[in-house]
Design a protein around this ligand. Sequence first.
Ligand code: MG
Length: 236
Amino acid sequence: MVMHPTKLLLWDIDGTIIATKGAGEAAMDLAMKDVFGIDANLHAIDYSGRTDPLLGRMLCEHYGVPDSPEKNQAFVDAYVRNLSEILAASPATLLPGMEVLSILTQRKDCLQGLLTGNVRAGGKVKLESVDAWQYFKFGSFADNCFNRNELAPKALEIAREDFGVAFTPKQVFVIGDTPRDIECGRHIHACTVAVATGKYPVQELAQAEPDYLFENLSDTEVFLAILDEVDATTIQ
Ligand SMILES: [Mg+2]
């Protein structure tokens, strides 16, 4: 008998799974130099939780340089190229509690995917630098996407089409480190799990009212118990 997964975990990358010590930011600044010839600083804009293509657009607006779909793609390509070089010299680090990823990979009742503002190539480079790309069966990435909220329905669609499972909202967990991740999860009525391993402290994340809020996921048992509650409530 084929056992279908009963839980879908959708993970954010930056500040949730890994810390890149500013590699992403530096790669964006270098991409602006490569494509538009300007000395940009990503910190000049409100960049947390935005998609990579949107950051390119926002930087162009901020610095008053003309943008186009072709230029935006060139920016993304330059960003990935610079990111690879930076991470090759100084790899990302896995955040506390992320041992849970390998535990969940062993479980047939859990399907793990990525739900991220990263473009696929950028997310892959980041996670490969900590050997964590292997834990994810699929991803809803931000290639050509300017609105993060569109990525959550897309993740459910991929789960349905590629894995043949139509998860109910109660079976879906969106895990992230910013209020935008919580908003994104709420958009599909998923269970939202916030972790304070990124830029936002617990108190600030609490204001966005996630269903669960953790300093980090190093208390694996507590997190797994939350996942197991799903079976108790949805399986008759
Ligand atoms: Mg994040």
